[in-house]
Design a protein around this ligand. Structure first.
Ligand code: CIZ
Ligand code: SF4
Length: 300
């Protein structure tokens, strides 16, 4: 079967929008109606007329789309697409911290469960974490779950007291500083290094620019350098190479398995059978929606 042709046909027949994150397989990014980072995708989801959203990314992203558009049918083509970081923090951990720091506001990275979002004052993504934490009306902030993103923002906002959790992204945390140093030496600083804020502090300190996937793509367009080392998931290369064919991109072959598990066959089945719908409790949606709407307000 030619899945590509069948998917294009089904898209025309049904009122569906396919959203994809920059980390998913190239052939899925090619077929998607919208590709972006989690901030962009959460904003786009709100504007769509389509009754069905097929979310090619990981679980928390599809849940965000459902929370922001509860009346729509949101489908996750492969239920194994579960972000590792989400599992590293529980609602109980956060409530525990809240009892120790009762005056602190809770800001949760979108890479968290809906349960955590429902008890948060605001959510954030890696592209708006700085603005959300800067603008939120509190000096003390419990930031959950990513210790690396939290630590990165703490350095940029010393006037805030950010209480960190122990979560991390195993894909970015394990990027080896030695490999980055080897590149720096080999290219004698003629290479521009871009890192995701989920990277550990040592790797971040070796980088020329730190930002979300969307911010990295934008930065390359403004930067005079010709050659880059990209320290995030390999899927971003598809957009970078398409958008900037004259630039040279190096990578360390960093793969996020949950992002890669969605295949073109899964996407086809999802469009055809409309299965794997995201179902969340209404009361939970309402509370988590508050935190996501606060993110959109505080981010600007
Ligand atoms: O899951 C991630 O690592 C995300 C959401 C990255 C990004 O910057 O879009
Ligand atoms: Fe989760 Fe890390 Fe994969 Fe992003 S790259 S989806 S944070 S495991």
């Amino acid at each position: 079967m030619n899945y590509k042709e069948e998917i294009i046909k089904l898209k025309k027949e049904k009122n569906v929008a396919i959203l994809a994150h920059y980390y998913v397989r190239d052939e899925i990014q090619e077929l998607a109606d919208y590709v972006g980072d989690s901030y962009y995708l959460s904003k786009i989801g709100l504007k769509l007329d389509s009754e069905i959203i097929v979310f090619c990314g990981v679980n928390f992203m599809a849940e965000c789309a459902k929370i922001l558009s509860p009346h729509k049918k949101v489908l996750l083509p492969n239920t194994k697409a579960e972000c590792h970081m989400v599992k590293l923090a529980s609602k109980e951990d956060v409530l525990d911290l809240k009892s120790k720091y009762p005056n602190a506001k809770i800001v949760s990275y979108v890479n968290s469960s809906t349960d955590i979002k429902a008890i948060s004052d605001a959510c954030c993504t890696s592209s708006n974490a700085y603005n959300v934490i800067k603008n939120i009306d509190a000096q003390e902030i419990i930031f959950v779950p990513d210790k690396n993103l939290g630590n990165y923002i703490q350095k940029k906002l010393p006037e805030k007291n950010i209480i960190l959790c122990n979560g991390f992204c195993c894909v970015h945390e394990n990027i080896d500083a030695k490999s980055v140093l080897n590149y720096k030496e080999k290219y004698n600083s003629k290479i521009t290094i871009l890192a995701h804020p989920e990277c550990n502090e040592e790797v971040r300190s070796l980088s020329d620019f730190i930002g979300s996937t969307g911010q990295m793509i934008e930065y390359v367009g403004k930067c005079n350098s010709k050659e880059f080392l990209i320290l995030t998931e390999e899927g971003i290369m598809y957009e970078l190479k398409n958008r900037y064919p004259d630039k040279i991109f190096h990578s360390l072959n960093i793969i996020c398995e949950p992002m890669k598990c969605t295949t073109i066959e899964d996407l086809y089945n999802s469009l055809l059978y409309e299965k794997n719908e995201i179902i969340l409790e209404e009361s939970l949606i309402k509370k988590a929606n508050n935190a996501l709407i606060n993110m959109l307000e505080l981010a600007s």
